[in-house]
Design a protein around this ligand. Sequence first.
Ligand SMILES: [Ca+2]
Length: 100
Amino acid sequence: MESAIKTLVSVYLKSAKGKDSLGEKDFQNLVKNKLSNIMTDTDSKDAIKEMRQGLDSDADGKVGFQEYLTLVGYLASNLSDQRTTTKETPAAEGEQEEAS
Ligand SMILES: [Ca+2]
C-alpha cells in the first residue's frame, strides 16, 4: 500500500519533469507507458486527449496533481467494479501484489 502510493507520486513527478503539472506530451507518455495494461485506447492520441480534457477541471490544458489523482481514483474504482462483476474468473496477469 505505502509503496503503491510512493509509486503514484514518483510516476507523476518523473512525468512532470520538474514542472507543476503534466503537459499534453507528458500526459500522453504517462498513459502510454504506465497505464497500457489497465486502460484501453492508450495508443490513441485522440482518446488520450479527450481523457486529458475530461480531467482538466481548471481548464489550463495541463494535468495537475489533483487532476492526476482523479484519474487514479477513476481507474481504481473501475478495477474494483470489475472485481465484483468478474469474481468467477481467475485473477488477471500481474494482479497480485508483490509480497513485501
Ligand atoms: Ca489542469
